[in-house]
Design a protein around this ligand. Structure first.
Ligand code: RFL
Ligand code: PHB
Length: 390
């Protein structure tokens, strides 16, 4: 067994694990990151696209925001479309100039992986048989296999940044965890297309055939989503049908519709809201999707992962500086407060913008009234904007 030693053992090299490793590095704290997948897989996985102002500021302050600030697309508003009309929500005006940045999660991961390599600190890809041990003792450890060889990391703390299906949360006895879960009766069919965005901002649309979202990745790539069944069969969605449905659900009476182009990627995701409490178990800390999932309608998942690891890094840094455990003790409660606010917002955006197959005629009318209210009231737009920009 190959023996390794570090201060913080980090499981998972998604945005949470990589950003935590980098923030710790800036505090002079050593870590080892282990990742089940290959670098190519993690970078190419198409996921989030919207970064809150606070996430952008964090990346910039950590010295990993240079390309993000150069290539990211700053958006000061979004559109809500219903009844054939697009209504703009001016988020910058409502929040004293705050905005969101459209910059793919894969670009974030690319930048953070490069920063990790530049620090020379270890990052193992394609590891297997990961297990965490002794997190309720002062000397926890992580075992895994890399290149067929067994390894053991002895560390002071373990950070479980291994996503929703990871091993860290699953290593905690069920009796020590309280789980809050809601599964939605729909999913998103997402495509990435070689087409110039036909609108400079995102369009969230509720149509009588269901929700659709217009987003983008660059000046030449459009990202689009359609509400579908949670287990939708992609074989039933040839490219022509996807475009036809997108044009119907997104097109507005002023003649606006998304540009079409070659489809580069197509996938289906189910939607859920999930929180595991607490997020600390002795010397094991959960962060990001390992502890919580939000439906993507609020664009919060990646941003929550970033704020979790910022709190965790501050707590670990305080501990190593002074031996004070107060911030480590408070980590879970502090992170959960923000998480529950994002859960509320993501649930609200999801309920407002999707057709629930179980909804009554009353529910539908109320839903339209809600959209009418939100796009007509300065106070309601300010509330949406405040939560959306973070
Ligand atoms: P990740 O990205 O899942 O990374 C976890 C990593 O851990 C690895 N892993 C393991 N490694 C070692 N040992 C094991 N036993 C392991 N088990 C797992 C995995 O391979 C993986 O690399 O979690 P992290 O870092 O917490 O980051 C969270 C975000 O990825 C996620 O919240 C967002 O993608 C959610 N999300 C969005 N978030 C936003 O903020 N804005 C958006 O616009 C947005 N859009 C989206 C989204 C997620 C989507 N999908 C596909 C779920 C749109 C979609 C369609
Ligand atoms: C995306 O661009 O992938 C995206 C944008 C907004 C969302 C979710 C996903 O709410």
């Amino acid at each position: 067994m190959k023996q390794l030693k570090t201060q913080v053992g980090i499981v998972g090299a998604g945005p949470a694990g990589l950003l935590l490793g980098h923030l710790l590095h800036l505090q002079g704290i050593d870590s080892i990151i282990i990742e089940h997948r290959s670098l190519e897989y993690v970078v190419e996985r198409v996921r989030a696209g919207v970064l809150e102002q606070g996430t952008v500021d964090l990346m910039r302050d950590a010295g990993v925001g240079e390309r993000l600030l150069r290539e990211g697309m700053r958006h000061e508003g979004i559109y809500l479309a219903f009844g054939g009309e697009r209504h703009r929500v001016d988020m910058a005006m409502a929040t004293g100039g705050r905005a969101i940045y459209v910059y793919g999660q894969n670009e974030v991961v690319k930048d953070l992986s490069a920063a990790r390599v530049a620090t020379g600190r270890p990052l193992y890809y394609e590891v297997d048989k990961v297990a965490v041990h002794g997190y309720d003792t002062p000397s926890p450890s992580i075992t895994f296999e890399a290149g067929g060889e067994p390894h053991e990391i002895r560390c002071d703390f373990i950070a479980g940044c291994d996503g929703f299906h990871g091993v860290c949360r699953q290593s905690v006895p069920a009796a020590d965890l309280q789980v809050f879960d809601r599964v939605y009766p729909f999913g998103w069919l997402g495509i990435l297309a070689e087409a110039a965005p036909s609108c400079e901002e995102l369009v969230y649309s509720l149509h009588e055939r269901g929700f659709a979202l217009f987003s983008m990745r660059s000046h030449s790539i459009t990202r689009l989503y359609l509400q579908c069944a949670p287990d939708e069969d992609l074989a039933k969605w040839p490219d022509d049908r996807v475009w036809e449905e997108l044009q119907i659900r997104l097109g507005t009476s002023d003649g606006w519709k998304p540009n079409t182009g070659r489809i580069l990627q197509k996938s289906v995701t189910g939607m859920r809201s999930f929180v595991a409490e607490p997020m600390r178990f002795g010397r094991l800390f959960l962060a990001g999707d390992a502890a919580h999932i939000v439906p993507p309608t609020g664009a919060k998942g990646l941003n929550l992962a970033a704020s979790d690891v910022r709190y965790l890094c501050d707590a670990l840094a305080a501990f190593y500086r002074t031996g004070d455990e107060a911030l480590l003790t408070g980590y879970s409660a502090k992170a959960l407060r923000r998480i529950w606010k994002a859960q509320r917002f993501s649930w609200w955006m999801t309920s407002m913008l999707h057709l629930d197959p179980a909804a009554s005629a009353f529910d539908r009318r109320r839903q339209m009234a809600e959209l009418d209210y939100v796009t007509g009231s300065e106070a309601a737009m300010a509330s949406l904007s405040e939560s959306y920009v973070g």
